[in-house]
Design a binder for this molecule. Structure first.
Ligand code: GAR
Length: 188
């Protein structure tokens, strides 16, 4: 059985879709959720699925504590699902091509530091983009610059608020992220 761990900082709607998708799989399972935010709703969602969850600090992330915790699990895939801190180089070096992130836009557009969640959707609206979408990519040392695994576009021509765009993007994420993970896992 392949092991997936999830890192999330907020609501965790993607995390929950992934947990549910693999709940009855004989190929892979989500074994743990990590969060840097003690108030994140993702912790509640993990508990509802009787899944272990652990909160860590930014210091833990950057001083090797989180790496040690990951090493005790030996995951086959590390999934960043709405994780908002920069992922440290020691973990990236130890798990090459085994860490993936979802970004709520069509990278390389609307990527980089500060471009997360609502900020992305506001920028898309301000620039009067006709479409946006999702990007699933490997994580490397630069924000949002690792190799692209999957992209899907959606029209936002009729959206008038960032919330409307967010809803469309979330729908795409929920539909595709678990499937893309399943494909990656089956090849690993
Ligand atoms: C998702 O839209 C994800 O793409 C985005 O945060 C949201 C988390 O939603 N991630 C980033 O912006 C990373 N740069 P969720 O907590 O409901 O899954």
């Amino acid at each position: 059985m392949k092991k997936i761990v999830i890192f999330a900082s907020g609501s965790g709607s993607n995390a929950e879709k992934i947990i549910a998708h693999f709940k009855h799989s004989d190929q892979a399972k989500v074994v743990k959720v990590f969060s840097n935010n003690p108030k994140a709703k993702v912790l509640e969602r993990a508990a509802n699925h009787e899944l272990p969850a652990e909160v860590f600090t930014r210091e833990d992330l950057n001083n090797g504590t989180v790496l040690q915790k990951i090493n005790t699990i030996q995951p086959d895939l590390i999934v960043l699902a709405g994780f908002l801190l920069k992922f440290p180089e020691d973990i990236i070096a130890m798990y090459p091509q085994k860490i993936i992130n979802i970004h709520p836009a069509l990278l390389p557009k609307y990527g980089g530091k500060g471009m997360y969640g609502e900020n992305v959707h506001k920028a898309v609206l301000e620039n009067k983009e006709r479409e946006t979408g999702i990007t699933i990519h490997y994580v490397n040392e630069q924000y949002d610059e690792g190799g692209i695994i999957f992209q899907k576009a959606v029209s936002v021509e009729e959206c008038t608020t960032p919330e409307e765009i967010a809803e469309k993007v979330h729908q795409l994420e929920h539909e595709h992220f678990p499937k893309v993970i399943e494909q990656l896992i089956s090849k690993s």
